[in-house]
Design a protein around this ligand. Structure first.
Ligand SMILES: *[C@@H]1O[C@H](CO)[C@@H](O)[C@H](O)[C@H]1NC(C)=O
Ligand SMILES: *[C@@H]1O[C@H](CO)[C@@H](O)[C@H](O)[C@H]1NC(C)=O
Ligand SMILES: *[C@@H]1O[C@H](CO)[C@@H](O)[C@H](O)[C@H]1NC(C)=O
Ligand SMILES: *[C@@H]1O[C@H](CO)[C@@H](O)[C@H](O)[C@H]1NC(C)=O
Length: 349
């Protein structure tokens, strides 16, 4: 009798332990699936075909070899997942992401994009200024929308001993930062100066340099690697685009992001406001179209000569001093884009 009871308990406890083990296993496994963007076996082939090169030897790649790859990629303009989601519509949203090398932040951004409604209709373009195996693998594993990569060619990585990298000749002259807007002599500024050049290059590339965007008439949304989007960000952007004519016909920029720390979400999440572009407020998650870019592009001189290592104060300068009509922003009060990066890292890495 007692023996039977003990056996019963042992069986019962073993069953319970097995059950707990299975629950934990499936929980972990589902998390793993969710984050790792696991590729189905029959798609694996497709993916490796879609890759440009065998990436195994990257650590030993010389600058020359990286240069060859970058030129080839920019020329090839491969769009991943086009078979799955069809060609780009003229009015689809293009999401343009500037990527340096903070892969941990980029993972979070991609994860947030994967959760967004109607993301399958968008084209996401990653514009890189650092060639890196891990980053390329991450981007090329995306399955939820059309994806493209472009590489800014004139980077510190590829020019370590000349501008924008360290140029010993330039630095012996000790030009002051004030006198020289894109000073080559301040070691801290090298890697950030390329942010401004990269920003200008990628916008021109997307509006004027890519085959796939030649007929595009819709919005291009500007994001950076350390942003995080809300699940409804595309939905809100399209609503703003639709209501622009009624609410603010003169607005030429649509902004999804702001830096408000405390905020009454239920009072404001659906409200928009209109005001002139201000860099401290509107430099995150804004969208423009080709019409406006054509006007900004005419101000290239004003943008480039402005003494600023990043792009945003330069754009502010263009808005105030060069454009016929300054940038007027229609901004959502409840932010749909969040800045998760550390400012200092963002500025200096
Ligand atoms: C986009 O617009 C161009 C020029 O107006 C047109 O030739 C092309 O067929 C359009 N493409 C689509 C998918 O609507
Ligand atoms: C700039 O970037 C390069 C390569 O990305 C790195 O080796 C170097 O330490 C960086 N310099 C500064 C001053 O951050
Ligand atoms: C998603 O796109 C479809 C087709 O364009 C549209 O009918 C639908 O309203 C969109 N959904 C959201 C939440 O924006
Ligand atoms: C682009 O946006 C402007 C507002 O800045 C608007 O007037 C124009 O019609 C838009 N262009 C296209 C092609 O939709």
């Amino acid at each position: 009798m007692e023996n039977k009871q003990v056996k019963f308990y042992i069986v019962w406890i073993c069953g319970l332990l097995l059950y707990i083990y299975l629950v934990i296993f499936f929980w972990e496994f589902s998390k793993f699936l969710k984050y790792s963007n696991v590729v189905e076996p029959n798609k694996q082939q497709q993916l490796s075909e879609a890759r440009f090169f065998n990436e195994a030897d990257i650590p030993t790649l010389s600058i020359e070899e990286i240069k060859i790859r970058i030129i080839s990629i920019n020329k090839q303009q491969l769009v991943l997942n086009e078979e799955a989601y069809g060609p780009l519509a003229n009015d689809s949203v293009i999401i343009l992401i500037q990527v340096h090398k903070r892969v941990e932040y980029l993972k979070h951004l991609i994860y947030s994009l994967s959760l967004a409604r109607n993301i399958s209709q968008a084209l996401v373009i990653f514009s890189h200024d650092y060639y890196d195996n891990a980053i390329n693998d991450l981007v090329q594993s995306i399955k939820f929308c059309k994806v493209m990569q472009i590489f800014y060619p004139h980077t510190v990585q590829m020019h370590p001993n000349e501008f924008p990298g360290d140029d010993p000749n330039e630095c012996s002259q000790q030009s002051s930062i004030e006198g020289n807007p894109l000073s080559k002599c301040n070691n801290v500024l090298h890697n950030v100066t390329q942010m401004k050049h990269h920003w200008w290059w990628k916008a021109n590339m997307v509006f004027n340099g890519l085959e796939i965007t030649k007929h595009h008439k819709g919005l291009v949304l500007f994001l950076e690697e350390d942003h995080y989007v809300a699940e409804d960000f595309l939905h809100v952007l399209l609503l703003m685009q639709e209501s622009r004519g009624n609410l603010c016909p003169d607005c030429n920029v649509l902004a999804l992001g702001n830096y408000l720390k405390s905020f009454q979400y239920f009072t404001y999440h659906k409200k928009v406001e209109a005001e002139p572009w201000y860099v401290g407020k509107h430099n995150m998650g804004f969208a423009i179209n080709r019409t406006l870019w054509t006007n900004i592009n005419r101000c290239a001189k004003s943008f480039c000569n402005y003494n600023d290592y990043n792009w945003d104060w330069s754009l502010q300068h263009v808005s105030s001093w060069c454009l016929k009509r300054q940038l007027l922003v229609m901004a959502i009060k409840g932010t749909r884009v969040f800045h998760i990066g550390n400012w200092q890292v963002a500025k200096l890495s």
